[in-house]
Design a protein around this ligand. Structure first.
Ligand code: NAG
Ligand code: NAG
Length: 621
């Protein structure tokens, strides 16, 4: 690995003449990028060399010692300094150690939305050397149990407002001997212990380092759940080394301890957790934590808390741009927006309306082994192909067959690289410095993300599942996700998971789930083409109840199309492309169409009139 650093330095000495010839038009930005790359490597290796080993938690302790009284986290009217946060987390650690069902090092699942207790608990568990499974607070019943068991946790810590969701799955948890702790002062449900009262009584003295002496760079630090291409969510393993890498990358984002960062994305997802929380740990900046994104409160919050850095996903930008214009739109101190998935036209509109804010677009996936930064500020691009980046982290785009839902192969069975300007599947070589950790307890899904024989016989690449395009100037643009997932309201929806749920309902035989585009909306809205069981009728309200019970709101199919048979391809894959193209226009589709109606608590027939109001934006989805 030191070889890597040396080679970067060596190559950079010979760099200018080489660069002038090949990369001349973007020389300056490429040089800046190289500087960042070297900086990242230098900080990373500086930390890796330390003894005793240095982990993300140690960075927090370092910050806390350097600026104990500075605000680390602000939540509504509450403010917690670094030292408050440190002491609170000590209390959580001690209260946890007092549980008979827990030993330091055991995996613990955290089922909580954005609130200070999330941060206290994560730190507390890091101090005890316990991996933390970050459960999505929207999931329920079967999915919740699945996510809980796939990381083999022995303790569940849940937010008070999620009590009902926990009660739903309590019998199964009790069967498995899981300790269930609720962040409340009392609990009258047998099997659920109140935890907050125990935390308040516990001592806040520092936790001895020896309790986490078993932790190595390979130890899992957190599990983050991703909706994959098939089946239920998968737990991506984020190990300590990966967190440290993130820490190093975040040191080049241009955020400083003077900054106030607005974190409104969920902490259980990568963007909120890594860029939001870990980013503040690295930079010592203040984190204004928001329970949920709200377009109407966004700028008022930014003014109230003197926010200088915001985080976004494409949807956030679009919602902000579609709020009514106000005179004080440019009255704020936000100077930097970090995120991904914003389309060029929204990016332009956002800058035009809210003033000169630097936008730092990046691309990364939770489990993937590749990432890009917009090191140029080119509107719409997620990054740029860079010689050095590609040398250390070989990646390419390969031609993709959307009908068959797999990469195209030539006569030798190898993938075919896409030409400049052409959309292709992003794949990134799995190497020692770009490893793929895989999914917890899921060998099959881990294997599925590996693509073999890509450019040479025997090579192995990570299949990102993302379609990208690289233009003549080497800028990289995100295009779409392939196949079995689509994005809606900032969440990935796994079509097969939704189809599984639909097909266990009373009247449906088979379901084919896909996402359709709707004007004025980011991502795709869910739609299902279904067949009915023999002699059954479609019962809109029964299906509605079933869907609401089993699926989070973003995953519920908005439209249902009833077919007499599900079409399959020659390889028996369900036909999606044609269905996606046909969309949900009752004027051109002769099958019966239904729309989910929350007011009527049912799926009701989709009228030409509703179709028109969706198209014109009068009806919001
Ligand atoms: C925001 O900045 C203003 C002016 O510098 C200051 O008076 C105010 O107290 C700050 N507000 C917060 C919440 O820090
Ligand atoms: C990390 C990095 O280099 N980011 C760049 C993103 O784009 C802006 C321009 O909008 C540059 O100034 C940043 O340096």
């Amino acid at each position: 690995m030191d070889l890597l650093l040396i080679s970067v330095v060596l190559v950079s000495i010979f760099l200018p003449p080489l660069l002038l010839r090949t990369l001349a038009p973007h020389l300056w930005t490429d040089l800046l990028y190289l500087r960042d790359l070297v900086r990242i490597l230098v900080s990373y290796w500086g930390w890796r060399r330390r003894r005793p080993p240095f982990f993300v938690l140690d960075r927090f302790l370092e910050q806390s010692a350097a600026r104990p009284h500075k605000a680390f986290m602000v939540f509504g009217a509450e403010s917690f300094s670094f030292s408050d946060t440190d002491r609170r987390s000590n209390q959580v650690s001690r209260a946890l150690q007092a549980q008979p069902g827990y030993r330091p090092g055991d995996t613990v699942a955290l089922f909580m939305g954005n609130e200070p207790a999330f941060v206290f608990s994560w730190l507390a568990l890091a101090k005890l050397g316990s991996p933390v499974a970050l459960l999505n607070s929207n999931i329920r019943s079967r999915s919740l149990l699945h996510c809980f068991s796939c990381c083999r946790a022995s303790v569940l810590i849940a937010a008070e407002d999620l009590k009902e969701a926990v009660e739903d799955v309590l019998p199964s948890l009790m069967d498995q001997g899981v300790s269930v702790l609720l962040m409340s002062k009392h609990s009258d449900t047998p099997g659920i212990q109140s935890f907050w009262d125990q935390i308040e009584e516990a001592s806040d003295a520092p936790i001895p380092r020896s309790l986490r002496s078993h932790v190595t760079f390979k130890s899992p630090a957190v599990y983050i759940y991703t909706s994959g291409t098939t089946g239920l969510p998968k737990a991506a393993v984020v190990n300590q080394n990966r967190l440290l890498t993130a820490l190093a990358v975040l040191s080049t984002y241009g955020v400083t301890s003077e900054d106030v960062k607005y974190v409104n994305l969920p902490l259980y997802h990568t963007a909120g957790f890594l860029v939001g929380l870990i980013g503040s740990v690295q930079t010592g900046s203040t984190m204004v934590l928001k329970r949920k994104f709200s377009a109407s409160q966004f700028w008022d919050d930014c003014r109230k808390y003197n926010v200088t850095v915001v985080q976004y996903i494409g949807e956030v930008m679009r919602y902000l741009c579609s709020t009514p214009k106000k005179d004080n739109d440019r009255d704020h101190r936000v100077r930097l927006a970090i995120g991904n998935g914003v389309r060029a036209e929204i990016w332009r509109e956002f800058l035009h309306r809210f003033g000169n804010i630097r936008i730092l677009e990046f691309y990364a996936s939770t489990e993937g082994n590749i990432g890009f930064l917009n090191f140029t500020g080119k509107i719409g691009a997620v990054g740029r192909v860079h010689f050095f980046h590609k040398m250390f982290f070989p990646f390419t785009l390969v031609k993709y067959d959307t009908e068959r839902d797999e990469p195209m192969r030539d006569s030798d069975g190898l993938c075919i690289e896409s030409a400049k300007g052409e959309t292709g599947l992003l794949v990134s070589k799995i190497t020692e410095i770009a490893p793929f950790e895989g999914y917890a307890q899921n060998e099959q899904q881990t294997e599925k993300k590996k693509l073999r024989n890509v450019l040479r016989k025997g090579d192995v690449y990570f299949n990102t599942g993302d379609l990208m395009r690289i233009d003549e100037d080497n800028f990289i643009y995100f295009q779409d996700r392939v196949g079995d997932t689509f994005r809606w309201k900032g969440e990935n929806v796994a079509t097969t998971e939704v189809a599984d749920i639909l097909s266990i309902s009373e009247c449906l035989q088979e379901a084919n789930v896909y996402g359709v585009q709707v004007p004025g909306h980011e991502g795709r809205v869910g739609m299902a083409a279904v067949t009915l069981k023999k002699d059954e009728e479609f019962d809109g309200s029964k299906i509605y109840n079933h869907v609401v019970n089993y699926l989070p709101s973003y995953a519920r199919p908005r439209f249902i199309r009833i077919q007499s048979a599900v079409e399959v391809t020659a390889t028996f894959k369900q036909m999606k492309v044609k269905l996606v193209e046909q969309g949900f226009d009752p004027g051109s589709i002769h099958d019966p169409l239904y729309i989910l109606d929350d007011g009527a608590k049912s799926y009701v027939p989709l009228s030409a009139q509703s179709f028109a109001s969706i198209g014109s934006g009068r009806m919001k989805l």
